[in-house]
Design a binder for this molecule. Structure first.
Ligand code: ARG
Length: 526
């Protein structure tokens, strides 16, 4: 302030700072301990820690209040969106976990949230799978290992099609038949969809992730051609090399393809029609699409076309992009044979590593109990690990670090939580406390508790989870230092001890609430 004022007043900044200091000192709040002019014009304020203690008392012991910035606002959060007949890959896993976090966050902020899953169940690749199944498929094998077998069929199709060009033509015909409602093909397709959804459901259940709307791209099929015809009529869609496209030269983007020369519709077309449907049916103020950053161009084009068509006049649309999950060597995660790592295998691996840890530490419980604990630790650690970085950065994934007791990890937060909640367990009733007896470290913790709300709002502004994980990590860290410094239960000053017990209750509820928004649980709630 002094620097900018100095310019207008044509004075020396130090002089201005001195004046600010003496003006404030004339009518100083009791919470300002000292004001000092530093450097060549800075004004430093030293607050009395009682400002935190008094505020803490006023707000009934710092209970988290309900934030209602989203009142009467509806938001659609789209996430996960895997593809039928293929396994959910780790990109879908990150989308699922980030999207679930965002859905929880917006709900916490008072929004009405619609959790949306846009399943990839339509497109020419289904012609290929049907064709491959008719040639080489076995019902028995698919029933036993549905996704794996369907993926094998798809891979085999592509391999054989390289040598035999007629295969692509055959696959195209199979898809045309499917589009026209051919009974046999429709039945096969429905069967593939059912098997895949069943498999996805298992993963969602394990992760504790839910949806309000699960809709395949096929849902929009009947509206695709009328939609394209409309764009042709108004000349928004124009013919280019036999296909219909929307030109996006003004937006400095390549043209968006709506219909191929052979009449087939595209991923883009289905996204546009789905947007029309979502807005008409739900009237949300915003739609978030949690999809990997390989699709940045797709979303730019998609939103540009939507704007030209004035589809989303009252609804904001945002691509919530995220980076890759890489192995320790910085390369894409793959098995030793070079196959892609599926979401399920990553989950299985961390649960089994968690089991080994639990097995060593908890000799007091049954195998079944150990499995239950391992699952909770494994899932919680995996989610936390995938949420702790800014969403657009790539993650170097290492399950050992995710499960480590030290560092910015789920186990570390739970460790701090367990230590202090154990104190509460040993306490029958908390008597009257005097917060003004507390010390600097207590004040720091209270300050941190008060900033929880601000962190949530900031997280929603940038739609990223790392502010919250950083916050929880810092709170856990402070709590551990505080715990080690103060012998809380042994404190002979009753009033101070009670004040600290109230503080513990508050730390616990912030940690619980924070983890809940990340989609995980404290170990107590398992
Ligand atoms: N199924 C697509 C994929 O796996 C993701 C869909 C993303 N959502 C969307 N509205 N385009 O790549």
């Amino acid at each position: 302030v002094a620097f900018s004022l100095a310019k207008t007043l044509k004075k020396n900044p130090i002089e201005v700072a001195q004046e600010i200091k003496s003006e404030i000192e004339k009518n100083k709040s009791k919470y300002i301990k000292k004001i000092e002019v530093a450097g060549n014009g800075f004004v430093n304020f030293f607050l009395d820690k009682n400002i935190y203690f008094d505020e803490f008392k006023k707000t009934s012991g710092g209970k988290i209040k309900k934030i209602n910035i989203g009142k009467n606002k509806k938001i659609i959060v789209e996430y996960s969106s895997p593809n039928i007949a293929k396994p959910m890959h780790i990109g879908h896993l990150r989308a699922t976990i980030v999207g679930d976090f965002l859905a929880r966050l917006y709900k916490e902020l008072g929004y009405k949230v619609i959790r949306w899953n846009h399943i990839g169940d339509w497109g020419t690749q289904f012609g290929m799978i049907i064709c491959a199944y008719k040639k080489w498929g076995s019902k028995k094998e698919i029933d036993q290992k549905p996704i794996e077998t369907l993926l094998d069929l798809y891979v085999r199709f592509n391999k054989e099609a390289k040598e035999n060009e007629t295969l692509h033509e055959e696959a195209k015909q199979e898809f045309v038949k499917l589009e026209k409602g051919d009974k046999e093909n429709k039945k096969l397709w429905q069967w593939f969809v059912k098997l895949s959804l069943k498999e996805f459901e298992k993963t969602y259940k394990l992760l504790g992730v839910e949806f309000d709307v699960i809709k395949g791209e096929s849902f929009y099929e009947k509206d695709l051609i009328p939609f394209i015809n409309n764009q042709k009529k108004t000349k928004t869609a124009v013919m280019s090399d036999g296909a219909y496209v929307v030109m996006l030269d003004n937006q400095k983007l390549p043209p968006a393809l709506l219909q191929k020369g052979d009449g087939a519709t595209l991923y883009m077309t289905r996204d546009l029609v789905s947007l029309v449907h979502r807005i008409k049916k739900y009237k949300p103020i915003e739609i978030l699409y949690v999809v990997g950053n390989q699709q940045i161009m797709h979303f730019k084009q998609f939103f540009a076309v939507a704007e030209i068509l004035k589809i989303n006049k009252k609804t904001k649309t945002k691509h919530i992009s995220f980076g890759w999950i890489l192995g320790e060597d910085g390369k894409k995660l793959a098995t030793r044979e070079g196959k892609i790592i599926t979401a399920q295998s990553l989950i299985d691996e961390i649960i089994s590593s968690a089991y080994d840890i639990v097995d060593q530490k908890r000799t007091d419980v049954s195998k079944k109990e150990k499995e239950k604990i391992a699952q909770a630790i494994g899932i919680g650690s995996l989610k936390y690990n995938l949420l702790k970085d800014y969403r657009d950065s790539d993650i170097i994934y290492d399950s050992k670090k995710a499960l480590a007791m030290k560092g910015n990890s789920h186990p570390y937060i739970n460790y701090a939580y367990a230590r202090i909640s154990n104190i509460l367990k040993k306490t029958k009733k908390i008597g009257v406390g005097n917060f003004n007896l507390l010390e600097d470290l207590d004040a720091l913790i209270i300050k941190k508790i008060f900033s929880f709300e601000e962190i949530l709002i900031k997280s929603a502004k940038d739609n990223t989870s790392n502010y919250l994980t950083d916050y929880l990590f810092e709170l856990a860290d402070l709590t551990n230092t505080w715990y080690e410094k103060n012998q809380i239960l042994k404190d002979e000053n009753r009033e101070r001890k009670n004040a600290r017990l109230v503080l513990i209750k508050n730390i616990c509820s912030v940690l619980e609430r924070g983890l809940e928004i990340l989609g995980t649980k404290t170990l107590k709630n398992i």
